[in-house]
Design a protein around this ligand. Structure first.
Ligand code: FAD
Length: 310
């Protein structure tokens, strides 16, 4: 059995693996896709101390760093089930989709999250070419330009407020007949001169010139009229979905599906830890996922030295 079994090979999982392997304990990492969301990213300009890098490059560095240590890397392996130990100090079991079963004294869950997409023509084609999902990451790339924010919930309205301070103009598009964000955010939004709010609107297409985004179309749900907006960026803010479908019943999740963790990164199951975008820890960012992964790694080690094997 492993001492530490990490599920997920993004920034959080890679950081956890490096921290535990450096303690000399037997570490395994199983990932559906080593690198995680970073593989889908182009420019990264907020990875502190590295002014500019690119997603695939950072993902390659993550793997290279993990490979400096004795870590059993199981790439292209999807976990299907977690069976936590019923006794303190006992072995936890992770069943993979291929039927294999892995046992470990501690487990670190770092399966990340995925942005919900609009699934309209042009969205995929112009991803990273004007279509963005993370205002903290890509906001500054649109300095002085025109953007739309899709979604009028808390994250959409927060994004619109944030972007309004950077870009020339923001069009906020909400499907419902009214915004769903907290009143305090809506009040703040209403004071901004360069934001236009459009409700009862369904985004139907992202337009581009083959290289980058040039606009979008939406349908007015009351009149069915089609409208076009010229702009350079589209921020999609219709939800970040944690990859926890396989964990229902195994550890405590919030109603949104995020894994509940304490300040040490421990879940509701002793010896099972979690880190990164999959948890309740706010602000889904690479540096934060790495810090949380390192913390979960150290917490797993601490658990090991304090808990008698059952
Ligand atoms: P992830 O990166 O999501 O990794 C999850 C890992 O778990 C992957 O290896 C995945 O394959 C694996 N996995 C999932 N389910 C299973 C399963 N059942 N079994 C096994 N493995 C599984 N952040 C920044 O700080 N700066 C940026 O500029 C930036 N730009 C971004 C641009 C885009 C387009 C996107 C999508 C995100 C961006 N982010 C950025 C956010 C950043 O990528 C995430 O916060 C970070 O990757 C989270 O790391 P993580 O390890 O928690 O999860």
């Amino acid at each position: 059995p492993f001492d530490v079994l990490i599920i997920g090979g993004g920034p959080a999982g890679a950081a956890a693996a490096i921290y535990t392997a450096r303690k000399g304990i037997r570490t395994g990492i199983a990932a559906e896709r080593f690198g995680g969301q970073v593989l889908d990213t182009m420019a990264i300009e907020n990875f502190i101390s590295v002014p500019h890098t690119e997603g695939p490059k950072l993902a390659a560095h993550l793997e290279q760093h993990v490979r400096e240590y004795e870590v059993d890397i199981m790439n292209l392996q999807k976990a299907a089930k977690l069976v936590p130990s019923k006794v303190p100090g006992g072995l936890h079991e992770v069943v993979l989709e291929n039927g294999a079963s892995l046992k470990s004294r501690t487990v670190i869950l770092s399966t990340g999250a995925r942005w919900r997409q609009m699934n309209v023509p042009g969205e995929d084609q112009y991803k990273n070419k004007g279509v963005a999902y993370c205002p903290h990451c890509d906001g500054p790339l649109f300095k002085g330009k025109r953007v739309a924010v899709i979604g009028g919930g808390n994250s959409g309205v927060e994004a619109a407020i944030d972007l309004a301070g950077i870009v020339a103009h923001v069009t906020l598009i909400e499907y419902d007949s009214e915004l769903r964000a907290d009143a305090v955010l809506q009040r703040k939004l209403a004071t901004l001169p360069n934001v236009r709010i459009v409700t009862s609107a369904l985004t139907t297409e992202v337009h581009g010139d083959g290289e980058k985004v040039t606009g979008l179309s939406y349908k007015d749900r009351n009149s069915d009229a089609q409208h076009d907006v010229d702009l350079e960026g589209v921020f999609v803010q219709i939800g970040l979905v944690p990859n926890t479908e396989w964990l229902h019943g195994a550890v405590a999740l919030t109603t949104r599906g995020e894994i509940e963790v304490d300040h040490r990164g421990e879940t509701s199951q002793p010896g099972v830890f979690a880190a990164g975008d999959v948890t309740t820890v706010p602000y889904k960012q690479i540096v934060i996922a790495m810090g949380e992964g390192s913390k979960a790694g150290l917490s797993a080690f601490d658990y090991m030295i304090r808990t008698e094997p059952a």
